[in-house]
Design a protein around this ligand. Structure first.
Ligand SMILES: Cc1ncnc2c1ncn2[C@@H]1O[C@H](/C=C/CNC(=O)c2cc(-c3ccc(F)cc3)cc(O)c2O)[C@@H](O)[C@H]1O
Ligand SMILES: [Mg+2]
Length: 214
């Protein structure tokens, strides 16, 4: 039993990035994925779009579904305003362990809470557990068939408010057809597609930004 890809990604961060420098952590992961081993991080091209949406929203409360190695967690957390906080849900304990170390290497552990468990189990308890009234921003990047059930659950739990911004990765590749149809047809959302490419490749992919209208 050797190392896993997330463990090799973490080692690349620890060897190449400067502790406390989130930009160098992002660059180290992008370098690893482009030159060593592809991994399913949102990547630099879609990451630039993620950055612009996070900067525009400037969220006090943010939620991420699917932490994986913490790459998008670092991209989001580094742009949070003072007092801003990001909760990221990850049900694989090995991935969560790697992500915690990546986030710590970036010096962002005070703004981020990595919560281990399934999104469907945790979403109904976020208010009581973390004192969250509602989320200003949600990034979806976990199992693609769970995007739709999870935003419906967020709606039911009253965790979305007028103006909450949802940003979904991979709406083209691997694709999230039922989610896209829902947010584009529903009167409760104003949706916009940002065309891009699958991380570290030339394949088409993109992000869907959907504003909850209440
Ligand atoms: C209910 C629940 N609760 C909590 N965590 C949960 C959870 N369900 C899953 N997770 C977690 O989230 C991540 C999973 C991410 C799934 N992402 C993708 O499958 C993905 C795939 C590609 C891809 C594209 C073309 C290819 F040829 C191959 C792969 C690109 C991507 O960007 C992806 O995101 C992973 O860390 C998993 O443990
Ligand atoms: Mg993704």
């Amino acid at each position: 039993t050797g190392t896993t890809r997330p463990q090799r990604l973490l080692r690349a961060v620890q060897e190449r990035a400067t502790r406390g420098d989130s930009e160098s952590v992002i660059a180290a992961i992008d370098h690893f994925c482009r030159h060593q081993e592809w991994a399913m991080n949102v990547g630099d091209e879609k990451g630039f779009i993620l950055d612009s949406v996070v900067s525009e929203v400037s969220p006090q409360t943010a939620l991420e579904l699917g932490t994986y190695c913490g790459y998008s967690t670092v991209r989001i957390a580094r742009l949070l305003p003072p007092g801003g906080h990001l909760i990221t849900l990850e049900f694989n304990p090995n991935y969560a362990a790697v992500a915690r170390q990546v986030i710590a290497w970036a010096g962002l552990e005070d703004m981020v809470q990595v919560v281990e468990g399934a999104s469907g189990d945790w979403i109904p308890h976020l208010r009581e557990h973390f004192g969250i009234e509602s989320f200003d921003f949600v990034f979806l990047d976990h199992w693609k068939e769970l995007y739709l059930p999870d935003i419906k659950l967020l709606e039911e739990c009253g965790l979305l408010r007028k103006g909450t911004v949802l940003l979904a990765d991979n709406v083209v590749c691997p694709g999230t057809p039922d989610y896209l149809e829902y947010v584009r047809k529903s009167q409760s959302y104003e949706s916009h597609y940002f065309g891009s490419h699958l991380e570290y490749t030339r394949a088409e992919d993109g992000l869907e930004k959907s504003v909850y209208l209440g």
